[in-house]
Design a protein around this ligand. Sequence first.
Ligand SMILES: [Zn+2]
Length: 482
Amino acid sequence: MKKIICLALGAAVLFGGLGLSGCAKPRATRAQYAIRAEYSAETESLAAEMTVSVPNTSKVSLGELKFQLWANAYREGAKYKPVSELYAHSAYYYGSSYGEIEIRGITGAESFEICGEDENILAVKLASPLAPGKSAEISLTFETEIPRINHRMGVTRNTVNLANFYPALCYLAEDGYREYVYPPAGDPFVSETADYEIELTVPSDYTAVCGFSAEESEQDGKRTYHVCEKGVRDVAFVLGKNFTVHKQNAAGAEISYYSYADSAPEETLKCAAESLAFYAEKFSDYIFDTYAVVETDFVYGGMEYPAMSLVSSNLRQSERPAVVAHETAHQWWYSAVGSNQFECAWQDEGLAEYSTALFFEAHPDYGVTYSDFVGESERSYRAYFSIYSQTKGGANTAMNRPLTQFSGDYEYRNIAYDKGVILFDRVRETIGEKRFYAALKKYAETYRGEIATPEQLIGCFSKTGSKIAPVFLSFLEGKCVI
Ligand SMILES: [Zn+2]
């Protein structure tokens, strides 16, 4: 279904006060977002204005700008649902609940339409084509209805998770935009780094956490957070009323842990600090001066954002270190070094999971040995292979495939995470620990701020002088026997 909507007049007046000049000077090759949003606890929705400056970094002229409307995956009748049947019951704690984003008006363009395979794309037609190297600026107003769900964007019993609430630029390749749907397995978000200026207003009984430091002001029972951050892939918030905060410094950053159900918050904070310091030493410097871990009601174990990780309030104490160490590793493999998470999920998930094994190897006090961790991945992967071979006449073990080509959470977990761990274990076994760490350091430093391809990752390992590419390819193409 396509909805064609005429431009709303008068939005320019609305945007009189919302500019892109409040923060330090931006870089011309990055998009710049200025978002002013207010969360209403009564209506469980977010009303917002956004101005975005978009550079054409492709090699083709652009007749329209395209944005992902991730929030529309939560709407009634969505083709792709953000959670599978397996998780639906624990996610939708309140029963059925829906959310969506409504674009109220746009200025600076000719027209716009909601389109894409699953009403997941906002296409904004420009008055004249945007040549490569040039930038266009548009402003829009939107309202996002937040569903009651323990998910990335959801009102939960204890918190409000505000991720993916705004139209986010589609990934722009050399030959034009890519459009991604929101399948239940995996993180479909592929975003280049951008400069953000966000003003979020919430009822003053909420604390809003976003990982970055924010200026706060209070007026008429509302608190406003002003965040300026350059060169980040995304900004998300978690709102809560009953957070206890614990802080510690590590890796040159202030680490904060916001919790409400964790019975041993000092332990969780210690794990966040130790893992951040370990990765900073082994991979490359941590790129921000703050990092927040936030406990929230969340259907999965955790979720990563730049400078912030969510951890589920449902976790058992024994499960927390692995989740915290995994999500913290995403500060390198996702936040600093991006990859196409939709087409090649193993690249950041496999690395984040394997980094967890490395962290446990260096920190025996957590009681998980490296061989236990890798062995568990092998057992899980072999069980998956056996089950799929017997019940489905064969298992597709290729790792390079889009999220839409996974049969569900189970296959996704075993291919992107477990087979990813086995791959990096075999690579380290083949080239030795010294070269392995040298390759990861090179990857982290060379592709910081970029979206790296699998070939670029493999290239970093090949440059250590090892003939390792065939090992990667046999895993990625599903040709090796494990
Ligand atoms: Zn992950």
